[in-house]
Structures are given as C-alpha cells and as structure tokens.
Write a protein that binds this ligand. Structure first.
Ligand SMILES: C[S@@+](CC[C@H](N)C(=O)[O-])C[C@H]1O[C@@H](n2cnc3c(N)ncnc32)[C@H](O)[C@@H]1O
Length: 234
C-alpha cells in the first residue's frame, strides 16, 4: 500500500490474482467488463459500506460496479453514464439480479447535482489517445495524457463526497496515478493505493505503441501497464 505522500511507484505483481470480470448483459457498443472492472469490483468488496449509504457509480457501463455496491448494502445506488445503451444494459443487469440501481444519463455535472454521496466509485476512460474520443471509443479514450475525465473527477472529489465519504478510482499508470493522488490529497483527503495489477497491453494499447513511446508514456519496448485502484477518504 502506498500513502499519498509517496509517489505511486511501479509495484510488484499483485499478490492476489484479480478475479475474472463479472458476466454482464451488454448492448452493442457498451464497454465489456474486463481487468479494470474486476479490480475495482474487488476493491469495492473490501470496502466497509456504512448503513444507509448513498452510493454513486460514475461511468457505469454495464452497471457492474453499481451492482457490486448494491450487493454490498448501499441503500441507494445512482449509476451515471453518457451512453443510453450503457444505461439500458445497467438497468437490465440490476433487474436480472433484483437489485435497486437508479440509472441516470449524464456526466460529472449530473453527479454533482445529485450528490453528495457516502461512496463514489469510477472506472472512467483513462487510455491516452492521439485523437479526441469519438462515440465508438468513448468508453476508454481520454485525450493525449489519458486525463480528460480523470482531472475533472479528481477536482470534484471533495464536492461529490460527504465528510467521511470514500472514493475509489481505477486507472492505468499510463495516465499518471501520482497526479490523481496529488489532486485528491490537495483537497485534504487521505489517499492510498488499495489494489494494483500488471497486465500486458490489449489490442487498443498494442495499436498505439508508437504514440505512447513518442509521448514518453512508456519506455521503448514496454508492452505492459499497471492498473491501480486509488482510495480517497474525505
Ligand atoms: C471504462 S468504461 C467503465 C464501465 C464499467 N463501469 C466497468 O467498470 O466495466 C467507461 C464508461 O464511461 C462512460 N463515459 C465516458 N465518458 C463519460 C463521462 N464524461 N461521463 C460519464 N460517463 C462517461 C462510457 O460510456 C463507458 O460506459
């Protein structure tokens, strides 16, 4: 575990294997649950969720994290996403499991209007991309430094959370975990890395290694990234 005062250095391979990503019903174009989904869900499973908690899953996709929050006992779970198809998928997945999740079309601004929350979780787009995201890549692409969604989210963390509330964010080391930790710490939050795993590049990153190398985001020949779950307590 790393405290906020220290840089988030490359860590050893996760001691605990990441469980497989949960099966979720998914309309075409909706983000397929994968390693980051499973890593964040595992971190939520470790969280002590207070009785009567109001929870937010920002960037919900299939609703995988919202469902984990509802299973863990959150009283209300708001599931926010820009994509209508994602929200239909999240609604169906929650219905199938008879769990109360409220899908809501929107973004961070929508979430801020509905807050504050006791628990906020997010698996936002964080993949560095040479071009701006388009509808088909909106699930993962996040601008040249991978921080198009992370920066506003970290800036808004204090306003999204009630005092004592907890935020969990999953992201890649390619999109500057230290910057996220610093932004959260600057708001007086206790910040730590609670989960991390090293994985080989998938098809998206494998297709942009020249860009990543020229941007200095990876060393020459590097074909892996670490996924990290940051926890911030207000
Ligand atoms: C990496 S996927 C995560 C999906 C799911 N939470 C998971 O863990 O598998 C990111 C999701 O964020 C949504 N999204 C992208 N930009 C967004 C934004 N600015 N506000 C809200 N949702 C956004 C995408 O539509 C996509 O469903």
């Amino acid at each position: 575990m790393t405290t906020s005062a220290e840089p988030v250095r490359p860590g050893p391979l996760a001691a605990r294997p990441v469980p497989p990503a949960p099966w979720m019903l998914r309309l075409p174009g909706v983000y397929r649950p994968q390693e980051d989904t499973a890593l964040l869900a595992a971190a939520i499973a470790d969280l002590a969720i207070p009785d009567g908690a109001r929870a937010l899953d920002l960037c919900t996709g299939t609703g995988a994290q919202a469902i984990t929050l509802a299973r863990r006992g959150a009283r209300t779970v708001l599931a926010v996403d820009l994509s209508r198809r994602a929200l239909v998928s999240a609604r169906l997945n929650a219905l199938l499991r008879q769990l109360a999740v409220r899908p809501c079309r929107g973004d961070l601004t929508t979430a801020l209007r509905e807050g504050p929350f006791d628990v906020v979780v997010a698996n936002p787009p964080y993949v560095p991309a040479p071009r701006a995201a388009v509808r088909s890549t909106r699930g993962w692409d996040a601008g040249p430094d991978g921080r198009a969604v992370l920066d506003p989210l970290c800036t808004a963390a204090g306003a999204l959370l009630r005092p004592g509330g907890t935020m969990l964010i999953v992201q890649s080391t390619l999109s500057d975990v230290d910057k996220s930790a610093e932004m959260l710490t600057a708001q007086g939050m206790q910040t730590s890395v609670v989960r991390r795993v090293r994985i080989p590049f998938g098809p998206v990153l494998s297709g942009r290694t020249a860009f990543l190398e020229s941007a200095g985001l990876i060393a020459p020949g590097q074909r892996w990234e670490e996924l990290v779950v940051l926890r911030a307590v207000r």
